[in-house]
Design a protein. Structure first.
Lengths: 341, 320
């Protein structure tokens, strides 16, 4: 029994490699030329949309929060990027799109920190609102841009190998890795995520750290949406949940847990590559989108279940202590739970 | 004990005055601002849409009150119920098809219930994931197409009225009454509230907390299946997106009515109040020519406002 659980833990730690190798194996069997340079470069380019969101999601999950609005935000910022082009020009529109992302991040942070609404519920509400705004401003139809050449600049090939947005994604991963491992504020993120009361007591400005991560993921979602819509020269209100679920799956696959205090940037990179390889392989094998949904959803739930059963001690995600954010004046102690109920 | 009493009064006062006042205000705004609002056909429309959402919301009330927050797999389960009903109707007959459809929905709910109740994973993420899985399976079942089928007799029954009351409204009221009885008068109701109110204490005093929370998800799925069946029988054609939005509408109704997201507080009359507010609001918006997509924005605002108010009232009454 002991040995079995030890094998389980080992498998869980190495889950990224397990899933990635299965995916690559299936991919190479099903898709001829799966390992060709062209397919790989294409995958990396595709990866950047969910990848840039996943970079922000990693920071938010490490801080013990979540942002469910980021998927709809990708759609809204894409619409801003394309829809405003005729009025104010492509550069200003791009800037405004990223700014929109940052402002929504600020809103999410305010709802969570100032109003004390759990980020799970606050961002669920903003997800609904943002998606509704995206449908409203476009009248439920995709908008196309006026300047298709502008997109080429940002999404074309950089060194003949990967595109600018893939390079931006990789750069963000490296920066996140440096931030999380080398800088004090990155380490504070882990402290806040694992125990916010203790972090506060030891002098960390937890409020500022949390607000920072919400704005960060907002900016990431804005950038991701802008780059995606520029590449296809279209802003569309219909996605959101798919981007959201894929990026959460990628981050969780990379070893970041939903409970906070644990995670890494390189793990997320691996997770993003795996999810994209999965999507690319199934598209080449012409698997319908709803079957891909089944695969992604199943992987996500199985990983969460494994994380909770083998990975760590059981602590419910919805206990009161976890639901209400401790207010700055009176820290509310988390309720410890009876483990052998 | 004192604290609990004080806490209860503040909150109860806030919502039991606020909810009826808002409903009255909406009725006034509606009748003043639109000549079509106070007509029998419009009000019957509001009642019917309340009923379809309400059947889901009654189940979701158990989820929220037992501390499981919300079940976001509702759209997929509604679609599953509807698709399976119409898909198997020719071979099994309407009643048989309904039994199969509801059994499939219960199965989906059981998976949610095990993962959330027993393994205690995060309900929002799990149900977001199971939503995409269940919807995928339902679409694969029919090959991603629209399903048509009709049973004139069942269609007439579902669209018909008894003494002027639409059949769907009667179904909803009966289900709501049963749920109210369970919540207010039985052990199961007390267990549900105890599980959401203080999980550790409830577990220590012998409440089967995991089972209670798990069953809440099964119940929600079965009721979502009932909604799906009613929709399918009255529309006679089903697309996989048929359930879109029902998760948020019912969730918004719950929190607006005063079913606390923090668990352990709420009742079916409050759910009714919340349903009235949300559906009247969207009806008034539709009458004024807002596109239906604006509804999501309104619901999002309402959720934020209600939850913030709930937390503020609790904190002001002296902590948790």
């Amino acid at each position: 029994m002991e040995q079995l659980s030890r094998i389980g833990v080992a498998l869980l730690r190495g889950r990224l490699w397990v899933i990635l190798s299965i995916t690559l194996l299936c991919g190479s069997l099903l898709v001829p030329g799966f390992f060709s340079l062209r397919t790989l470069a294409f995958s990396l380019d595709r990866a950047s949309t969910i990848g840039i969101v996943a970079v922000g999601m990693t920071a938010v999950l490490i801080a013990g929060q979540i942002d469910l609005s980021s998927g709809s935000l990708v759609a809204l910022c894409g619409i801003v990027t394309i829809g405003l082009q005729p009025m104010i020009g492509p550069w200003l529109a791009l800037f405004l799109a990223i700014l929109t992302g940052g402002l929504i991040g600020l809103l999410n942070g305010t709802l969570t920190i100032v109003f004390g609404i759990d980020s799970m519920i606050a961002t669920l509400a903003t997800m609904l609102g943002i998606s509704s705004v995206a449908f409203l401003v476009t009248g439920s139809l995709p908008v196309s841009g006026t300047d298709p050449l502008f997109g080429v600049l940002l999404t074309g090939d950089l060194v003949g190998m990967f595109t600018t947005r893939a390079a931006i994604f990789l750069l963000l991963v490296v920066l996140l890795q440096i931030w999380l491992t080398r800088l004090p504020s990155g380490r504070n993120l882990f402290a806040v995520g694992s125990d916010i009361v203790a972090a506060r007591d030891s002098g960390i400005a937890a409020t500022r750290v949390l607000m920072g991560t919400f704005i960060f993921i907002g900016l990431c979602a804005g950038l991701s949406g802008a780059l995606f819509s520029l590449q296809v020269n279209t802003g569309s209100p219909v996605f959101g949940v798919t981007v959201l679920l894929s990026s959460i799956t990628a981050v969780v696959m990379g070893g970041t847990t939903l409970e906070g205090g644990k995670g890494s940037a390189l793990g997320t990179l691996g997770g993003v590559i795996t999810v994209t390889a999965l999507t690319t392989a199934s598209e080449y094998a012409s698997v319908p989108a709803y079957i891909q949904g089944i695969i992604i959803g199943t992987i996500l739930i199985v990983l969460i279940v494994l994380d909770r059963t083998i990975g760590r001690s059981l602590r419910s995600a919805t206990d009161r202590g976890a639901l209400i954010q401790a207010s700055p004046e009176e820290p509310i102690p988390r309720e410890k739970e009876n483990r052998n109920e | 004990m004192k604290l609990a009493a004080r806490l209860g009064t503040k909150r109860k006062l806030g919502f039991s005055i606020g909810v009826p006042a808002t409903v009255l205000l909406l009725l006034m705004v509606g009748s003043v601002s639109s000549p079509h609002f106070l007509t029998v056909s419009n009000l019957l429309n509001v009642l019917t849409s309340i009923s379809i959402v309400g059947i889901v919301a009654v189940g979701m009330a158990f989820v929220t009150m037992s501390g499981g927050w919300a079940d976001l797999s509702v759209p997929a389960v509604i679609a599953t119920g509807a698709i399976i009903l119409l898909g198997t109707q020719p071979t099994l007959g309407t009643l048989g098809a309904m039994v199969v459809a509801l059994a499939a929905c219960a199965l989906a709910g059981a998976i949610n219930g095990i993962v959330i109740g027993y393994i205690r994973a995060n309900p929002i993420i799990v149900t977001l994931g199971s939503n995409i899985i269940v919807l995928g399976i339902a679409q694969a079942f029919v090959g991603g197409r629209i399903v048509y089928n009709s049973d004139p007799l069942a269609n007439q029954l579902v669209k018909g009225k008894n003494l002027g009351v639409p059949f769907i409204v009667i179904v909803f009221l009966v289900l709501a009454l049963i749920a109210h009885f369970i919540l207010a008068r039985t052990v199961w109701g007390r267990w549900t509230i105890a599980t959401g109110g203080n999980y550790a204490a409830a577990a220590a005093s012998g409440v089967p907390v995991r089972f209670v929370r798990g069953i809440a998800f099964v119940l929600t799925s079965v009721l979502a299946g009932v909604s799906g069946c009613l929709l399918a029988l009255s529309l006679q054609s089903v697309r996989p997106v048929i359930g879109t939005g029902y998760d948020f509408s019912s969730f918004a109704a719950l929190v607006v009515g005063g079913v606390s997201l923090l668990g352990g507080s709420g009742s079916i009359p409050r759910v009714l109040g919340g349903l009235l507010i949300v559906q009247l609001m969207s009806n008034i918006m539709v009458l004024h020519g807002f596109p239906t997509t604006a509804q999501g924005l309104a619901e999002g605002l309402v959720i934020v406002f209600a939850v913030a108010l709930d937390i503020k009232l609790r904190k002001r009454s002296g902590g948790l």
